[in-house]
Ligand binder design. Structure first.
Ligand code: HEM
Length: 321
């Protein structure tokens, strides 16, 4: 939350310590609702023709007071940025968007309206928060269940970084960490399903997809398909190492972030964020199973991969060496 609010909007949220910050509480509440709104979304995905009807009855995903609060906050930020002088310019996403509007003021096709800027900013906020947090959640769960993986990861961090702070360059040397992150995303993709609309009629394996038809792409199931991954239900980070990775279908390696021109814009930021957090946490704590830790995660039928019951773990400080 703090990373996305800071990098996208320059807002300091301190979500770990200031639970009552309205930005944090509204964001959390909206994401919880979004995760639950899946049945309506699924229906609208399969039958896009009903979308105008949902809009007419104000039944869209973003018609909640929490969404209003966040959208209005982004409007205020955009207006503040426009008023601020050159010298005070920030280097974040919102500033880039505001500059696009400013620089294209000749009315070119690339010019963005105020609404478009706010819409883009809002989507980044929503898309960048729970996805990364959920991945970290599932990653430490996997470590708790697979102590040998946790030990190898810990050793890699100690051997390569010692006590040094994680940086863009030094986390790139942590090859095993990269495998652990990718294997976590394979088994627990935060967005289990993405959507497209068919541009033209196509027949795939005997199934006709008419032009304009909504198509759901089941990321979760593709990433657990034995056609693409041997022994797919097993958590095995080594499948993403060096020559093993080269044998995988390249499409599946980045699939947790989608595919094609609409692929996740925050992929590199997310991977870096996750790796920084893992280095900081895993060198100080060990994650263990406890009596409430499930052996298998049962998901809700939601748009975000949400566990039906909270996943509880035992966290133990590591002894200083
Ligand atoms: C582990 C973390 C993340 C995962 C797994 C993830 C996954 C995805 C997926 C599957 C999509 C849809 C892609 C498609 O349709 O092909 C997407 C879109 C997007 N993501 Fe991420 N994402 C993550 C983190 C982030 C972060 C940190 C940001 C913000 C910087 C972000 C911003 C976006 C945006 C703006 C879109 C595009 C929305 C659109 O075009 O409608 N994501 N992401």
């Amino acid at each position: 939350m703090d990373v996305i609010a800071g990098t996208a909007f320059g807002v300091e949220t301190n979500s770990q310590t200031q639970d009552n910050d309205p930005f944090v509480t509204n964001c959390r509440a909206l994401l919880t609702k979004l995760a639950q709104a899946s049945k309506l979304q699924m229906f609208a995905t399969l039958f896009p023709v009903i979308t105008p009807l949902l809009r007419a009855f104000n039944l869209t995903t973003f018609s909640d007071p929490e969404a209003d609060f966040l959208v209005n906050s982004v409007y205020t930020m955009v207006d503040d940025r426009k008023k601020s002088t050159e010298g005070k310019k920030r280097t974040d996403l919102l500033q880039l968007l505001v500059d696009v509007e400013h620089n294209a003021s000749g009315g070119t096709a690339n010019q963005m309206t105020r609404e478009e800027i706010v819409g883009q900013g809002f989507i980044v906020l929503i898309a960048g928060f729970d996805t990364t947090a959920n991945t970290l959640h599932y990653l430490v769960y996997n470590l708790a269940l697979h102590q040998h993986v946790q030990q190898q990861l810990f050793q890699e961090i100690v051997d390569n970084l010692g006590d040094a702070d994680p940086t863009y360059d030094n986390v790139a040397t942590l090859k095993y960490l990269d495998c652990v992150v990718h294997e976590t995303l394979r088994l627990f993709p935060p967005l289990p399903l993405i959507n497209r609309r068919a541009k033209e009629r196509r027949i795939i394996k005997g199934v006709t997809i008419p032009a304009g038809c909504g198509v759901g792409i089941p990321i979760y199931h593709i990433l657990r398909d034995p056609e693409y991954f041997e022994d797919p239900e097993t958590f095995n980070p080594v499948r993403f190492s060096g020559e093993n990775r080269a044998k995988l279908d390249p499409l599946t390696v980045e699939l947790p972030f989608g595919y094609g021109p609409r692929q996740c814009i925050g992929m590199r930021l997310a991977l870096l964020e996750i790796k920084f957090a893992v280095v900081r946490v895993c060198r100080r704590f060990q994650f263990l199973k406890c009596e409430h830790t499930p052996d298998k995660v049962d998901f809700t039928a939601a748009s975000l991969a949400t566990p039906r019951k909270p996943i509880k773990l035992l966290v133990q400080p590591r002894k200083a060496t």
